[in-house]
Design a protein around this ligand. Structure first.
Ligand code: PLP
Length: 387
């Protein structure tokens, strides 16, 4: 069977796929249709937190699968309740709404921010400030939040009420706060799809101050940065503040679809019965997987993430053919002298899977990638950049 041909004919043409089929894997090693082995530094876009078919995660998921695969939210379910408890205890947030994807977690954040502002300040306070170069999802509303015109064209009109400030330019945020009646400021602490750009700590401090002074909610989109990726459990911990709302998804489930919108003290009771919902949200299997993932993202693992991050930054900064290295933790962007796609293809040829973010090569390795495999992969990347 020619899977590439069948896919090309029958699957909606939204993806420019790499020319290989991933058939199986173990940890950070994956295998294509010809049995060729790769070290995977893409992890399904920061999803496979502990790599492919991780034994502990598989056991947690299959145990739940054999018990009950779905209940609907008309009933109580232990994996979901316990996951919410863990997320709150480890973040200082107060309640969690579960969905199935990052976009939906952000939709929840936007609904909560608007409802809170309407009740507290008046329904005219509906504007949400996001940043240029951001990415918040593909639904019509999260596209409106996304501060990149290239994603907007062909889909207008988008949901009204979003304005975009310049990242790392606090004056541009202040100007929008003066001009509009603002409910919330929503941002990724490390802009992922926008080119792996970590916001400056001064800018983030400025956002916290503006939010405090104007009773504006701070919403962190931690869909990609969350769940240990940045060397802390959530990236807001790298920056030393707690947002009012934090959304996450990708790595939380370790490979199963789950999204979470965490609600802080101010907004913990904003959602009321009937105001929001999801058929699959909090699904027991996805939640069981997430509980396993979170239980293993401990101080020891986070220290290892930071160590591996330092290793990559040290190896690649100033290497031949490398213009710059950006990011935080194991969310890394490499600006290369050669075209990023060429470097990515060269790496693939030589058994290393890396992905792209804008014009950069992006690395999102599994948090537990063995040091030996990481060293091997970095050597391949360096060679591909230097060629
Ligand atoms: C991937 C991503 C999303 C969208 O998540 P989906 O699960 O694809 O809906 C939203 N925000 C950020 C920062 C992301 O990286």
């Amino acid at each position: 069977m020619d899977i590439k041909k069948i896919d090309g004919e029958y699957v909606a043409g939204t993806y420019a796929r790499f020319p290989l089929e991933i058939v199986s894997g173990k940890g950070s090693l994956v295998y294509d249709e010809n049995g060729k082995e790769y070290i995977d530094l893409g992890t399904g876009i920061a999803v496979n937190t502990f790599g492919v078919s991780d034994d502990e995660w598989v056991a947690a998921v299959t145990e739940q699968l054999a018990k009950c695969q779905h209940t609907s939210n008309l009933f109580y379910s232990a994996p979901c309740a316990l996951l919410a408890k863990t997320l709150c205890e480890r973040t200082g947030m107060k309640r969690v709404f579960f969905s199935n994807s990052g976009a939906e977690a952000n939709e929840t954040a936007i609904k909560v921010a608007r409802k809170y502002a309407a009740e507290k300040k008046g329904s005219e306070y509906s504007t949400i400030i996001t940043l240029k170069n951001s990415f918040h999802g593909r639904t019509i509303t999260t596209l409106a939040a996304t501060g990149q015109d290239i994603f907007h064209k062909d889909f207008l009109p988008l949901t009204a009420g979003f304005v975009h400030a310049e990242p790392d330019d606090i004056a541009s945020v202040e100007a929008l706060v003066k001009e509009y009646k603002v409910a919330a400021i929503m941002f990724e602490l490390v802009q992922g799809e926008g080119g792996v750009h970590a916001l400056s700590p001064e800018f983030v401090k400025g956002l916290v101050k503006i939010a405090e002074e104007n009773d504006i909610l701070l919403v962190c989109d931690e869909v990609q940065t969350g769940n240990g990726r940045t060397g802390e459990l959530y990236a807001f911990m790298n920056y030393g503040f707690t947002p009012d709302i934090a959304s996450t998804a990708k790595g939380l489930g370790g490979g199963l679809p789950i999204g979470a919108c965490m609600l802080g003290e101010k907004v913990k009771d904003t959602l009321t019965p009937g105001s929001h919902g999801s058929t699959f949200g909090g699904n027991p299997i996805a939640a069981a997987g997430a509980n396993n993932i979170l239980s293993r993202i401990d101080e020891k693992l986070l220290a290892e993430v930071r160590e591996k991050s330092n290793y990559i930054f040290t190896e690649l900064s100033g290497a031949v053919g490398v213009k710059s290295v950006s990011g935080l933790g194991l969310m890394i962007g490499i600006e290369t002298e050669k075209d990023a796609s060429e470097v990515i293809a060269k790496c693939r040829e030589n058994g290393v899977l890396v992905i792209k973010a804008k014009h950069k090569v992006r690395l999102l390795p599994a948090l537990n990638i063995p040091m030996q495999e990481l060293q091997k992969a970095v050597a391949v990347i360096k060679a591909a950049c230097a060629e």
